[in-house]
Design a protein around this ligand. Structure first.
Ligand code: FES
Length: 120
């Protein structure tokens, strides 16, 4: 018994198209913090030269400690295009950008995130 009847094949193609289509939706997070962790291994300046991986990991720990999981997401990003000013951190969808970030600046970024969440 074969499943390859014309109607069945068409249904499979439709299903394939449906499952490979993108769809638009709102961000599931109130705040999404992107930390550029691009690393060019010293060939050219990149955010990873100045502890951006540590910044990202610390931000993730803070989000966990504050119980913000599900509301705030911290993600590593690739190059955000302003390498000379890095490390760069971008907060989406609020369009807030931090440059020249060091681990000492994490408290300031957390304060901004806290303010955004409190205003929601
Ligand atoms: S390497 Fe971070 S913005 Fe380009």
């Amino acid at each position: 018994m074969s499943d390859l009847k014309p109607g069945r094949l068409f249904d499979n193609v439709s299903l394939l198209k449906f499952t490979t289509m993108s769809f638009q939706n709102e961000s599931p997070y109130a705040v999404h913090v992107f930390v550029c962790t691009n690393d060019r291994a010293g060939v050219r300046k990149s955010c990873a030269d100045e502890h951006s991986q540590l910044i990202k990991e610390t931000m993730k720990q803070v989000v966990d400690a504050k119980g913000w999981k599900g509301k705030v997401r911290v993600s590593a990003s690739g190059c955000l295009g302003l390498c000379a000013a890095g490390p760069n951190v971008m907060i989406y969808p609020q369009k807030i950008w931090f440059s020249g970030v060091s681990p000492d600046d994490i408290d300031s970024i957390v304060s901004v995130v806290e303010r955004i969440i409190s205003e929601k």
